[in-house]
Design a protein around this ligand. Structure first.
Ligand code: ATP
Length: 431
């Protein structure tokens, strides 16, 4: 983990937030490569689960919502962590993260647990007496329930169908830890899939299959994934059944995505609290029903962390250690690097011009500084799947070498073929 954290900082994937001021616990910044990686994860998810599906539509709702939303959803009442304090070293822990009844740091005696609401409060409005207290959303899905009627009446969706949203969520975590795994500000990719109650088990099983396949499609090793079924007694207040997809991080197994059957809990609650009818009208059957909801809910940051952990590899090549990030080409932040063999004899100019053309099609990188072997290694370290080298033959016949990151094998092709070659191997599109 230490090696990965240091690579992320050194190469511009992830920095501590407000580092020059000593940092903010639980907040992180994605640097120039991190932002590309994260965007690719979100775009691929959207492509796979929204754009290419006929039964799905998207939403981008505001982070700050009416305070009543959080009363209706049950978060004001029940979104609590139970905390314990160490009487000796005064450190604070989430009770469910402590094994046994002693302080995990110093072995001291712990206090009785007390409840702590994890929502981040904020005040909306300019004057002290009229400002309204509300929260930064702790999950993105509530807006989907609140806008359910609007989506139904402004589109032609018919049951079963889903509404998807990607966006920021905030939780005042007691112990943010394990790099970006547990943060206070993070992003979620959530789907509320509405169906008839009699179909809930089939849809639950179908979603298990679909979310599992997506993790494989972005290159995560299947041997590092497993299911965890929540026992009935520890289910969240809204859930009839929850299973998690877990990934084996260097610090142990951790949740990447939850899949919950929320029943009709949320639509019923919001109907009650808002006084608005949130039922769905089935024209064919001529009846109003409150649909059941199956919710796949994934964390963008945790997926990014799993992708980073899974990609990290070290191998011996000619007596030297090669560090290589084996990102799936779809997710890799830079798709191709253009590297002239040498700077002189017009090769640098030719390379720059070629890179400028490719840049319009996918993220590229240009580098002519230092020995070619060193430049290949620099690209391996950030997971660039293809390195294109221009040499003296390029000047003669317009061909270049294309080096593949994992095998390090090189093939020759004409410059005119390179864009299509790289695009075909790195695009989201699949059959
Ligand atoms: P945990 O038990 O780890 O606190 P949770 O069960 O409360 O998580 P959910 O409410 O199911 O998490 O949230 C759905 C997804 O959002 C999680 O699977 C995870 O990927 C992501 N997520 C939740 N909390 C955090 C966090 N503090 N930091 C980063 N991602 C998070």
């Amino acid at each position: 983990m230490d090696k990965l954290v240091s690579l992320c900082k050194r190469k511009g994937f992830i920095y501590q937030s407000s580092g020059i001021y000593g940092g903010v616990n639980g907040c992180w910044d994605f640097g120039p490569l991190g932002v590309e990686l994260k965007r690719n994860i979100k775009d691929d998810w959207w492509y796979n689960f929204v754009r290419t599906r006929e039964d799905m539509v998207g939403l981008d709702a505001s982070i700050i919502m009416h305070p009543q939303v959080w009363v209706a959803s049950g978060h004001v009442e029940a979104f609590h962590d139970m905390l314990v304090d160490c009487k000796e070293c005064k450190k604070r822990f989430r009770q469910d993260h402590v094994e046994g009844d002693r302080c995990p740091e110093c072995g001291g005696e712990l206090t009785e647990p007390k409840a702590f609401n994890s929502m981040l409060r904020t005040r909306l409005g300019v004057s002290d007496d009229t400002a309204v207290e509300t929260y930064l959303r702790p999950e993105t899905c509530q807006a989907i329930f609140v806008d359910f009627k609007e989506v139904c009446s402004s589109t032609r969706v018919k049951l079963p169908f889903g509404i998807a949203q990607v966006g920021k969520s905030f939780r005042n975590e007691v112990n943010p830890r394990n790099f970006i795994f547990r943060s206070r500000e993070f992003e979620q990719m959530e789907i509320e899939f509405f169906c008839r109650q009699e179909e809930e088990e089939d849809w639950f099983a179908q979603w298990q299959e679909d979310i599992w396949s997506w993790f494989l499609a972005i290159g995560i090793s299947e041997s590092k994934l497993r299911w965890y079924e929540h026992p009935k007694e520890s289910l969240a207040h809204y859930s009839k059944r929850t299973v998690d997809v877990e990934y084996e991080f260097p610090f142990g197994w951790g949740e990447l995505q939850g899949l919950a059957n929320r029943g009709s809990y949320d639509l019923t609650q919001h109907s009650k609290h808002s006084g608005k009818d949130l039922s769905y009208f089935d024209q064919e059957k001529n009846e109003h029903i409150v649909p059941t909801v199956i919710e796949p809910s994934a964390g963008v940051d945790r997926t990014a962390l799993a992708v980073l952990c899974d990609a990290y590899d070290e191998e011996e090549v000619k007596g030297e250690t090669r560090v290589v990030m084996r990102f799936h080409p779809r997710i890799a932040p830079i798709k191709a690097a253009v590297l002239p063999l040498v700077k002189k004899d017009g090769l640098a100019e030719l390379g720059e011009e070629f890179e400028r053309k490719l840049r319009k099609k996918f993220p590229t990188y240009y580098d002519h500084a230092g020995a070619i072997g060193r430049r290949y290694r620099r690209m391996d370290e950030v997971g660039t799947p293809f390195c294109i080298c221009l040499d003296y033959e390029t000047k003669e016949n317009g061909t270049v070498t294309v080096r593949e990151r994992d095998s390090m094998e090189q093939s020759r092709m004409h410059m005119d073929e390179v864009a299509a070659f790289v695009q075909q191997r790195t695009s989201f599109e699949r059959d």
